[in-house]
Every structure is written in C-alpha cells, then in structure tokens.
Design a protein around this ligand. Structure first.
Ligand SMILES: *Cc1c(COP(=O)(O)O)cnc(C)c1O
Length: 360
C-alpha cells in the first residue's frame, strides 16, 4: 500500500529490517546505548550547533504523547497557557490544558489564516499571567505552515515559554529551533523522519528544564522531568517500544545521511509534482501557495465524487488518501507526501487519481 496520509508513512526496507534486531532488556547497557544514539542523532538533526543547549527526551507513544508531555509539564501553579488555534491540532492543545481545569486562553483564527504576531504581542502585554504560548508548526488539518520565527520572536521578547507542536513539521520544513529560542518542540518518529509509529520525543532547552523541576506533576506517565532524570542516567522510566526505537535509530541515520535540507527539498519536489498535476486536472487546493507546507495538500472534492468513492477507488489501486477533519470532513480530501516514496509511485498515484475522478 502506498500511504498518502500524514503518518504512519511508508518506510524504507533498511528501516523495516531494523525491527529484526535482537530482543533486549531496557534495563541493560544495550538499551542505554540505543537511547543515547537516538538522542545524539535527534540533536544533530534538529538543533545543529546547539546540541549542548537542548535535551532530547524519548517517549513511547504516538506524537500526541510528546505534545501532551511538553505542554502539561510546563505550567506552574496559578499560571495560564495561551494557545494560537487555527486548526484541529491547535484546538487539541487547548483541550489538553482545559481538561485539567487549568487556565487556557486562545487566539482563534480561521483554518486558512495564520496567527498574527502583533495581536499576540498585545495579548501578552495585557496578560502577565500567561506563562507559556503554544502553537502548531505545520497544521496538518489544512497543510498550513504557521509563522514560527515571527511568533517565537514575540514570545521571546515578552519572556514567555514557547511550546511548539512540530509533529508533522520536523524533517519536512525548515525551522531554526535554537536560533528562535524555542523552549520545547514535540516530534514523532512516524511522519517526516520516516520511522515507525510508537516513539515520540520532546526537544527541551536545558535552561527551561531546570525551571520545570519546580512545576507540578500532572501525569504519571508523561511528566517530562521524570524522563529527563532517568535518561540522564541512561535509563527510561517505563518499558519502551524497543523495536520502534530500533527503527527510529535507523530512520535517523538515513535522515542524517540524506541531510535534513535535502529531505525537505525532496518533499518539496514531491508536493510540486502533485500540485502541478492536480492543477492540470482542475482540482482546487484550499490554501494559497505561500501558506502550503511541503508535505500535505488539502483539496476540495472534485464535482460528482464523494470522499468515500474517491478513497475506495484509489485504495483498490493501492493508494491511501486522507479525509478532512472537523468542519472539513465532507468537503475536502488530503494528499500527504511524507515517507519513503519514489517519483514513480507518486506518478502512479496521480494516474490512478485521474482515472478515479472520471464518472463511473
Ligand atoms: C499527527 C499529528 C499529531 C499527533 O498525532 P498522533 O496520532 O498522536 O501521532 C500532533 N500534532 C500534529 C500537528 C500532527 O500532525
């Protein structure tokens, strides 16, 4: 099956083979070494030149586990979080904080609009009780790229903590985490890094980590500093998904060999191929080009075909596309181009798509 959904993604044969490595105990040195290798590679890939300023915390769980861990470990007593919400994943950030009955404020935007740095600056000036600002890097809902650098500059100038959900962005989009002083970035193995689902991670600025130790514990499994303390001793607090870690280690080697910038270019090229053909077919994208990411395009459904019909016809040919979420569920479909996909596979998909759009 060729996966054109935003994770899990198709992995290379090399990454798949990594699942077959020996069974190991996570309390033994073999696991410690595996964990250290992954952490080193993550820092090298995503905070190059600033490896000493960040810690990479590994969590067994999907991307949401890393996001929830970062967010819920970063709120002191009596303080609030401000969420910039312009999609399903932004909405989720608010819900995570809200369900603990902690203070959460939102700056809400249309799903096709980008958060506005000046509106944020004003809100932070007016609300000293806001301790942290949270945002999604790449809103997978629509394939929209948020202005991380501009928002980070405002958050930094107002002395707040910035927490970024970059689960679908890392490895697919250019981002300067260290240069933008982002305190915490959540990511996952199973999207643009081309590993398996089941391992996620948080990159945390070490200075912030020390402050976080005084913050209340709101989850047994996801309390971030617990992981940091254990991982500092080469341990992990709970039984990790060892085989998914093996795959992650190999996927990170592949990423570093390809080069993060080259990976981003490869995805951009794939997206361009898809977008050019869709334009020829008259299929309309939701977003204007300057807002689109390198890895997802959301399209209005072509006339005369429902999502289910389109999906089923394509699946019969071996291609999996993705439905819309929330208010867009019956209106759009999404095509992702994350993963180990060849140009021939993408062209095969586009040929199948053209056939699938023809009246039955
Ligand atoms: C995929 C995704 C997540 C996490 O999803 P999981 O299913 O938990 O892996 C979080 N945020 C964004 C922006 C995503 O695209």
């Amino acid at each position: 099956m060729i996966l054109l959904n935003p994770g899990p993604v198709n992995v290379s044969e090399r990454v798949r083979q990594a699942l077959l490595r020996p069974d190991i105990c996570h309390r033994e040195s073999e696991f410690t070494e595996l964990q250290l290798r992954i952490q080193d590679k993550l820092l090298k890939a995503f905070v190059p030149g600033a490896e000493a300023e960040y810690a990479a915390v590994l969590i067994t769980g999907s991307g949401t586990a890393a996001v929830e861990s970062a967010l819920m470990s970063a709120i002191p007593h009596g303080k609030r979080v401000l969420v910039l919400n312009n999609g399903v994943y932004g909405e989720r950030l608010s819900q995570m904080v809200g369900l603990h009955r902690l203070g959460v404020s939102e700056l809400k935007y249309e799903w096709t609009a980008r958060p506005d740095p000046e509106r944020l600056r004003l809100a932070l000036r007016q609300h000293p009780e806001v301790h942290a600002v949270a945002m999604v890097h790449h809103e997978t809902t629509t394939g929209l790229i948020n202005p991380v650098k501009e928002i980070a500059d405002v958050v930094d100038s107002q002395n707040r903590a910035f927490i970024l959900d970059a689960v679908s962005g890392l490895g697919g989009e250019t981002i300067d985490i260290a240069g933008s002083h982002i305190y915490m970035v959540a990511g996952t193995a199973g999207k643009c890094i081309q590993g398996f689902p089941g391992v996620s991670f948080v990159l945390v600025r070490k200075g912030f980590l020390e402050r976080m130790r005084q913050y209340p514990k709101r989850s047994w499994y996801l309390h971030l500093t617990h992981y940091v303390d254990d991982q500092g001793r080469g341990m992990i607090p709970f039984t990790p998904a060892v085989q998914a870690f093996y795959g992650f280690d190999e996927a990170l080697s592949e990423l570093l060999e390809e080069g993060v910038a080259n990976r981003i270019q490869r995805y951009k090229k794939a997206a361009t191929l898809i977008r050019a053909r869709m334009a020829k077919l008259g299929v309309k994208p939701m977003l204007t080009p300057e807002r689109q990411s390198n890895t997802i395009t959301a399209y209005s459904l072509p006339d005369g075909v429902t999502y289910e019909q389109l999906h089923d016809r394509l699946k019969a040919q071996g291609y999996v596309i993705y439905a819309g979420q929330g208010q867009l569920e019956s209106k759009i479909f999404r095509v992702a181009n994350m993963g180990a996909l060849t140009e021939a596979q993408l062209t095969g998909f586009l040929d199948a798509f053209e056939q699938a759009c023809k009246p039955a």
